[in-house]
Design a protein around this ligand. Structure first.
Ligand code: FAD
Length: 624
């Protein structure tokens, strides 16, 4: 083959959720990109639950979308049930979740990849990295093909040294049905300083034709139905279907307990740590002994399959126990298992050995994204993939890294948490991880990030035009409401109560003031005939949230500005921590090990107390 054909600017290894976003981002930025993956058939495959979004995760999906990424559009085109979680709570914690048809999702991802300019796909396992002069220079595939690039993004998910467990039997595998990646695992163990094993699990899948649906509680999607992408609409959604709910019971728990002596988790066969917030059913039964029942959602895997995903019974118990405990639940008495549940153990690498760009500290030009960094979840993987793809693209042309900050995005929170604190269990996103979550809402992800995405070369003309239209419409509507003056004398008694509440004011108020009041909303403006009939719902939502939470938002902004003064206090690479008076030996050692770039980063290292941060600031002040 012509060696020219083997030269790229960015190579991405792995076509899961991290790899696809990484490859698309680098290619959108105009870099000649190669995505090399074990199987073209499994591009965009959902290894576990067929769902995208949820609390914290939905926020990441909207941010990926705001930066021109794929996941939200994929969810819109494959979503067969949409819900807004926490719909009755404040806007910071409201989150979109879509049940996805996994076949439609995969098809959407593959089509996007195949039609992306600057992107080549290649099916082959990567077995080795080409290393030259302290940096990565390319990859070597199983059949010995060499592809070169100054930047390589590794997104191999659960495949490195993957071992699948069902009861006390176990075998090598990247996930059920796929081979593990062992040669690359061995090579990376040589190269990377800190590595460990984690585990995750999945439930058995059921044949929907053997479930007694009539006995079960139905859970329909939400009306009005949310849309994921800022460019999406309900017209993108395929046919919608309901989920159903059943429960475990005392008999289920008894059967599960009877399998503990053959459980790889409880007999010490599995060494890797599992996800605390997504425990296996045996873990739940063991840990929450006083609970006699757990809710289980029966989620369709797609519109063209009978397979059902029973969400909440992830397990690695022996198959005979799985069969018995499934059948002990209401509606599942005759249920037939199509695929057994299993756990998988895999290698991950300590993310504290990464820069904030997701480039490894060990090899220049080598980036890690996704499950390999100790995270769990499609959304967390996709967010890292996007970031690593951007920075690989920038590295390839000698440009400085782009690092999103904690106060700007959940992507910033994710990368900062991983790189500063590391993780000893699979990390997933929650809204509680963000200090400034009122600013980091799903609804304003585009306002926060699309301008940056445009500068980075990630946002195309169509998205940019739609964004500008929305931004202008928000400004125009705010201007209109500022001018709109409501006087009590103009209103009837019921209207007075709707506008002013129980304690009327005599001087009147503006439309903006009205939205700031607890009683104020677009619904009230509409009732008064004071809302434009053609006002876009997303614009109205944005204006209402901006008004209603203005006080809190301003306060959070002040906190951020104060914290940024820390951010601006740099700690040079040769900073002498021994010269800082009052630091304990332990704190001093941690700072020497981590070598944070700024005081703010130092403060986020686990074990670095606010008192230690104050000592650093005092020292810097004296020295300066
Ligand atoms: P993956 O989606 O795993 O993609 C990795 C890709 O790399 C694959 O395409 C693979 O073929 C390719 N690849 C691997 N090695 C090579 C190589 N050497 N050369 C070329 N290509 C290679 N997440 C949750 O949020 N909740 C859960 O409950 C949950 N349970 C899970 C249960 C199981 C059994 C598994 C397997 C995963 C589970 N996950 C769960 C995790 C979720 O699937 C991952 O977080 C997500 O898919 C990670 O994305 P990724 O892109 O990092 O890796």
């Amino acid at each position: 083959m012509n060696s020219e054909l083997h030269q790229y600017e960015v190579i991405v290894i792995g076509g899961g959720h991290a790899g696809t976003e990484a490859a698309l981002a680098a290619a959108r930025m105009g870099r000649r990109t190669l995505l090399v993956t074990q199987s073209i058939e499994t591009l965009g495959q959902m290894s576990c639950n067929p769902a995208i979004g949820g609390i914290g995760k939905g926020h990441l999906v909207r941010e990926i979308d705001a930066l021109g990424g794929l996941m939200a559009r994929g969810a819109d085109h494959a979503g067969i049930q949409f819900r807004t979680l926490n719909g009755s709570k404040g806007p910071a914690v409201r989150a979109t979740r879509a049940q996805a048809d996994r076949i439609l999702y995969k098809a959407f991802v593959r089509s996007a990849l195949e039609n992306q300019p600057n992107l080549d796909l290649f099916q082959q396992e990567v077995e080795d990295l080409i290393v030259e002069g302290g940096g990565v220079a390319g990859v070597v595939t199983r059949m010995g093909l060499r592809f070169s690039a100054p930047a390589v993004v590794l997104t191999t998910g659960t495949f490195l040294g993957g071992r699948i467990h069902i009861g006390l039997s176990n075998y090598q595998g990247g996930r059920a049905g796929d081979a593990p990646s062992n040669a690359l695992s061995a090579r990376l163990r040589e190269l990377m300083p800190r590595t460990g094993r984690l585990k995750t699990g999945t439930p058995p899948r059921l044949d929907g034709r053997t479930i007694d649906w009539a006995a079960l509680q139905e859970q329909p999607g939400d009306d009005p139905r949310p849309v994921f992408s800022f460019l999406g609409s309900q017209a993108d959604h395929p046919r919608q279907v309901p989920c159903h709910i059943t429960h475990t019971n005392e008999q289920t728990h008894e059967i599960i307990r009877s399998g503990f002596d053959r459980s790889p988790m409880f007999t010490g066969v599995i060494e890797g740590v599992g996800p605390r917030y997504c425990p296996s059913v045996e873990d739940k039964v063991n840990r929450f002994r006083d609970k006699t029942s757990h809710q289980i959602f029966l989620e369709p895997e797609g519109l063209t399959t009978h397979e059902i995903y029973p969400n909440g019974i992830s397990t690695s118990l022996p198959y005979d126990v799985q069969e018995r405990f499934v059948r002990s639940m209401k509606g599942l008495e005759q249920a037939r298992i199509v695929r057994p549940g299993y756990a998988i153990e895999y290698d991950y690498f300590d993310p504290r050995d990464l820069h904030r760009s997701l480039e490894t500290m060990t090899l220049s030009g080598l980036f890690f994204a996704g499950q390999i960094n100790g995270t769990t979840g499609y959304e967390e993987a996709a967010a890292q993939g996007l970031l690593a793809g951007i920075n690989a693209a920038r590295h390839a042309r000698g440009e400085p890294a782009w690092v999103p900050q904690r106060h700007e995005s959940y992507i910033g929170v994710l990368v900062d948490d991983l790189v500063s604190r590391g993780t000893t269990e699979p990390y997933r996103m929650f809204t509680s991880r963000a200090e400034h979550r009122l600013l980091l809402r799903e609804d304003n992800a585009d306002l926060r990030l699309t301008p940056q995405g445009r500068e980075l070369g990630l946002v195309d003309e169509a998205r940019w035009a739609a964004f500008e239209r929305k931004r202008e419409a928000i400004a125009a509507e705010r201007g209109r409401l500022q001018e709109l003056w409501l006087k009590p004398a103009q209103l009837s008694q019921p209207e007075m109560v709707a506008v002013f509440g129980a304690a009327p004011v005599s001087s009147g108020l503006s439309g903006l003031d009205l939205l700031r009041r607890p009683e104020g909303s677009y619904a009230v403006l509409k009732d008064l005939g004071l809302a434009p009939a053609d006002l876009d719902a997303a614009v109205a939502e944005q204006v209402e949230i901006q008004c209603k939470y203005a006080g809190y938002i301003e306060r959070q902004q002040l906190e951020i500005d104060r914290a940024r003064r820390y951010e601006e206090a740099p700690l040079p690479p040769d900073f002498d921590y021994r010269a800082v008076a009052g630091l304990s030996n332990e704190v001093r050692q941690k700072l020497i090990d981590h070598r944070p770039d700024t005081v703010a980063q130092a403060g986020r290292i686990s074990g670095i107390t606010p008192a230690a941060v104050s000592l650093l600031l005092i020292h810097l002040k004296k020295a300066g």
